[in-house]
Ligand binder design. Structure first.
Ligand SMILES: Cc1ncc(COP(=O)(O)O)c(C=O)c1O
Length: 287
């Protein structure tokens, strides 16, 4: 089945979708992106992701390519054309195409907008969640504005590769004080020895995960205790459970950190329950 992408006003076959070689995303990493999970053909946590996209653009002074309403219509069309019921939508906006120069191009330079959508096998994802994943740690080496979701993902790509080569799936960045900041493409959590949930506060240099904040609602509803504080890799190993959150992974149990088992080395009941409740909430509120 053909896949389609949206590139600057046109729906094109995925295989033919291109941007100019002087696009500032390609030349300078001068762009932002956003990812939505799709459940039943609808966007999960939609408004949170739109709000973060608008904030990322505004922090970098990149023009919004179109209104939120227009963007929703384009996304719906990309989802429809790709026949995605369960999957992901990827959106990227760059500062546009201009002769290579570090300084911003002329103010009337149109931003580049690219959208793709792909299907996910939810039963394979559930099987993965039932097994859990391993993570490795790596020194934090990213810039000071990780709250902006930029396409400048080189440290994240290197960290993920390190994880892959160690037989793990995710890498957790560790700051100079020895605390986990977040994953290369996810937020990091533990269930501590007292059964309290812990994830790093967003005053730190991390991405304000939308799945993370949606899960806060689930946690509040369930009357569970949440501690917005950082933890060390050793605390994760000593914890009852660990897990990650993200639009791609939802809530995914972590069973080992740097080769050391977390808890009994198996996915725990809290992460499994939170995954189920998060998905229920995401499905019920998808638009
Ligand atoms: C570095 C990083 N942290 C956290 C997340 C989780 O964010 P969200 O839940 O909004 O997908 C991501 C998602 O891609 C990420 O790249």
């Amino acid at each position: 089945m053909s896949r389609f992408a949206y590139v600057n006003g046109r729906y094109v076959r995925h295989a033919d979708a291109v941007v100019h070689i002087e696009d500032r995303g390609f030349q300078l990493g001068d762009g932002v992106y956003e990812v939505w999970a799709v459940f039943g053909g609808k966007l999960a946590d939609a408004e949170g992701h739109f709000a973060r996209l608008e904030r990322s653009l505004s922090e970098l002074r990149i023009i919004e390519p179109m209104s939120r309403t227009a963007l929703k219509a384009v996304i719906a069309e990309v989802v429809r054309r790709n026949h995605v019921r369960e999957g992901l939508v990827y959106l990227q906006v760059t500062r546009g195409t201009a002769r290579r120069d570090h300084v911003f191009p002329a103010p009337d330079t149109a931003p580049t907008l690219v959208l793709t959508a792909k299907s996910i096998d939810r039963s394979a994802a559930e099987a993965k969640a039932a097994k859990g994943i391993k993570v490795v740690t790596t020194p934090e080496n990213r810039w000071g504005r990780c709250d902006i979701k930029t396409v400048g993902l080189l440290p994240n790509a290197l960290a993920k590769q390190k994880a892959r080569e160690a037989g793990a799936v995710e890498a957790w960045f560790v700051d100079e004080l020895g605390f986990v900041t977040e994953g290369a493409s996810s937020n990091a959590w533990i269930v501590d020895a007292d059964g309290r949930l812990r994830t790093r506060d967003t005053n730190a240099n991390i991405l304000r995960g939308i799945t993370r904040s949606s899960l806060f609602q689930v946690i509040a509803r369930e009357g569970m205790t949440l501690d917005e504080r950082p933890f060390t890799p050793a605390e994760a190993v000593a914890a009852r459970e660990a897990f990650i959150t993200g639009a791609g992974t939802l809530v995914l149990p972590v069973i080992a950190v740097d080769g050391k088992p977390v808890g009994d080395g198996k996915p725990g009941p809290v992460a499994a329950r939170l995954r189920r409740l998060y998905i229920e909430q995401a499905v019920a509120s998808a638009i």
